[in-house]
Design a protein around this ligand. Structure first.
Ligand code: ZN
Length: 93
């Protein structure tokens, strides 16, 4: 699916439509010191095989793509509920 690089969209901060830049959300880098990461490491420690079974047969074949819109006037970022697409491409329109 082709996603346009720029789109005319409502900005809640400017309270009007502006031509906003489109980018794709990416999850941030995981921190090893985060509570959940430490707990996970602690549970995996020691003997006793694999403790968290890996998903052998995932139900979904696609991942959700979340678009981030950046307003050029106030730099506010808004996002759109993720849509399931197999493949996407940012194209100039
Ligand atoms: Zn704005």
């Amino acid at each position: 699916m082709n996603i346009p690089k720029e789109i005319n969209r409502f900005c809640p901060k400017c309270n009007k439509h502006t031509i906003q830049k489109v980018s794709i959300y990416k999850a941030g880098k995981r921190r090893g010191t985060a509570a959940g990461e430490r707990r996970h490491a602690l549970r995996k420690k020691g003997y006793g095989g694999q403790k968290f079974p890996k998903l052998a047969k995932p139900a979904k074949t696609t991942k959700k793509v979340v678009q981030i819109f950046t307003c050029p006037e106030c730099k506010k970022k808004t996002d759109k509920r993720g849509i399931r697409i197999r493949k996407f491409e940012l194209v100039a329109k």
